[in-house]
Design a protein around this ligand. Sequence first.
Ligand code: CA
Length: 648
Amino acid sequence: QNERGSWFSHKAETARPYYYSVYLADHDVKTEITPTERSAYFRFTFPESEDSYVVVDAFDNGSFIRIDKENNTITGYTTKNSGGVPDNFKNYFVMKFDRPFVTAEVWSGDKIIEGKKEVKDNHVGAVLGFRTSKGEKIGVKVSSSFISEEQAWLNLEEIGSKDFNEVKEAARNAWNDVMDKVRVEGGTDEQLRTFYSCLYRSLLFPRKFYEIDKSGNIVHYSPYNGEVKSGYMYTDTGFWDTFRALFPFLNLMYPSVNKEIQEGLANSYKESGFLPEWASPGHRHCMVGNNSASVVADAYLKGCRTEEIELLYEAVLHGANHVHPQVPSTGRLGYEYYNRQGYVPYNVGINENVARTLEYAYNDWTIYTLGKKLDKPASEIDIFKQRANNYKNVYDPKYKLMVGRSDKGEFNPSFKGTDWSRDFCEGNSWHWSFCVFHDPQGLIDLMGGKKEFNHMMDSVFKMPSRLGMDSRGMIHEMREMQVMNMGQYAHGNQPIQHMVYLYNYSGEPWKAQYWLRQVMDRMYTPGPDGYCGDEDNGQTSAWYVFSALGFYPVCPGTDEYIIGAPLFKKATLHFENGNSLVIDAPNNSKKNFYVNSLNVNGTDYTKNYLRHEDLFKGGTIKVHMGNQPNKNRGTKEEDMPYSFSKEQ
Ligand code: CA
């Protein structure tokens, strides 16, 4: 494939959500592709030649291909995968060309198989020859299925008899419909491009893994047990990343999609005995936490409800007290220690123990909160209420930071706050110590009050980014933090992404407003190198989308969005319930990034948070922006957002 590959330039490339084209310079061929949900239309523009070819490559690790010359079609499958699938996994494909082949051969490895029209081997494909005049276009409709070849042909009906331009126009309209739910105005061209690029990325994952059978039923190939089952299935998302802002964003703007995802989660539990933590397409061993609890709870509590909620609740309880026998990041690794001691010790052979403890404590709070909403008895949910305080067990007052603890209760003597050590996950204690989403007030109390807490927060931005770099081999998250030049604020990775908003709990919301604009301006730009780190299934993009609108879901499972500062002069959200919300900040500008006052539907609004239900009612939020902070706004106790400590 290296020898047949062509040089190309990004300058000769067009990339849109609904269309991609590139000029393959070595062969003088323009290639275009436009999609439907499960199919795509390819078009190749050839030079004048007796030898114009299309190569079909079904990949290595087991593939099959068949040529049907009479019908101008190619069918086959690949079994190539990177794990997380049953043994019978196949990705079937079908291709329908718009003209006869002049030559058509199958190949295996690096050899043409003479005289054969089908072949099954480790790595097979086909070479299709055409005679073309200059500028002649060859079209091919392509589809695939995880179920069968027959289903792949059904999926190709998404294109049906449409021509290339009709498919392209339909794809453009489909993306416009989805993206038009969020309309921003009054920014620079660069800000608009950045915003809609982030919105686009937020909407790419998770992906539909389900198909529609010949009777019109929703069906899916189970990546868990290998059977074809009825109902929804989505895949390709890591909840460790996406529970934070991506799923809350779906609950706000696209709840009908998350309803399907939730039903898919119920199917995952039925087919595998666990909710996924990192699905791709089955359970994958990746990252920490038990954040499926957050994804289920936040959806239900925000009104995105399925009839499967009792089963999902059962699944959440199961995940809290089990670990998947083959995939230890599914369920809860170390739950026995956590349940017994209130934390996962650092000296029992479980890495990332502090990170796990902090997330399990938050996950327990979401289980408690969901259980309460479902009227579950105290005898069932009180234990989770109690464990929601477990974050306190890894807090070391000596450092005012979260520190690993041994099974005997001693803090890790080799602790250093800036070390990207194995007690944490892709970060150091300065990144993880603020991961108490459900109880910032409890964390403030631990650190000695608001003044001390704010000092710790300020320190994150002031500490040199070179610290902690020699504690392990460089991972890209470390380099990304360094090059951003924002101290220890590692926005390119997930654990710290909510942190700036915590100034809203500690009486200094203007500092959040300042840093949010810094992060939006410096770490998100529309150029090829304009992205600050891990995109991670839309999480880092959803952070930007929320933050540019002016609020963020610090604690999924509450009904609150914590107020930041809008980026645009005007934003309009069109909700699925038919209501619209305008965020109106006419004097917003590069210099006017502070929120001086807020007015919701005609009433002065002093709180540091907005409620989900209030947003859903629609109306207008007027934001008066200024170039100086209003240090009186949002500082009173009654204006602070939810903290678990205050509930107890
Ligand atoms: Ca990440």
